[in-house]
Design a protein around this ligand. Sequence first.
Ligand code: ADP
Ligand code: MG
Length: 389
Amino acid sequence: MTTAAPTPAAQTDAPTAGTWSAPGRVNLIGEHTDYNDGFVFPFAIEYRTSVRLTTRDDARIRVASTFDPDAVEVALADLAALFPARRDEIVEWARYPLGAAWALLQASGADPASVPGVDLDFSSDVPVGAGLSSSAAIEGATAAALNDVWGLGLDRVALAQVGRRAENEAVGAPTGIMDQMASMLGRADAGTFLDCRSLEAQVVELGFAPAGLALLVMDTKVTHAHSTGGYGERRAACERGAAIMGVPALRDLTPADLPRAAELMDDVTFRRVRHVVTEDQRVLDAVATLRAEGPRAIGHLLDASHVSMRDDFEISVPELDLAVDTARAAGAVGARMTGGGFGGAAIALVDLGLVPAVTDAVEKAFADAGYTAPHIFTVTPSEGARRDG
Ligand code: ADP
Ligand code: MG
């Protein structure tokens, strides 16, 4: 009773090459530690950016997104001249995928004349600017797709570095490697414990569901801009602190070094340093605690991380503080702002049965304060970048 499956039209008149996707991520703990060569512990989420890739025979790359009615098209051979020097000629969103293509060609040493041209059509359900790294998702989807279709053979860590280079040099946002590593290396039900100096990554089981816990994201809708202002100032303070202490990066300090740091630097620089040094320690503690006692035991580390970002690193905003404080008061196991700061989202680890109550409490607190209504939803630790079809 078997019948031959009809050949799909798309295969007969080929050049369609397929669909790839890469996820956004939530950082469970370890904020502003990545560019200090330290530790982070993010996980990939089920929200993804997909790219439909179609090859073309004219050595050009065209990127299009549901975000923008206008596609952008350039010759592959022109990417090297556009990035980073003339990136301003490219509309901002298109710098992410075109920058990833550029960084991939640079990293692989491939001759742009030797690879097929491509059309890349993006669609995404990763909320933008909410601290969930839609940027790493579009970079990761691009890098994974082109790496396969161009036959470059880069591994996942190298692809994460491609994404970071695109973001740093083609977009001009001075971010660390965390987002791209999380998006590339994610696994279902697990987090990525990452040493940002060695890029050594360990998959650590999170066990939220077995423990009866959910991870709630509370998007404050306050927008942030990574490429400007406070983020650069924080990076500069960290570099200053490391230089004063005579170490290559703040990663090389431990909490035992803090009394000496307090003597050597001004108050603001010291508090920036104290955040990073204690946050590195909290990441190590979170991983050890998860392994030994399970996720319910990490709540106080999430809480302490928020206090450190609010008071020492000073990257929180009133909306994030309100979300965190209200979630905790409504029974969350722990809560903290997540992502680069100055807006975006907070997270709360919450008993499954308390998700509606915590959500209601935060929504009501925002309404009472006259803030824009937050967007509150759960996320599930999920697979990293992959080919979908
Ligand atoms: P976040 O990474 O926290 O979401 P960023 O400011 O780092 O915020 O990156 C968001 C930017 O990335 C968007 O403003 C847009 O330029 C680009 N971007 C992300 N996803 C897409 C997409 N699917 N299509 C087009 N551009 C996207
Ligand atoms: Mg981003």
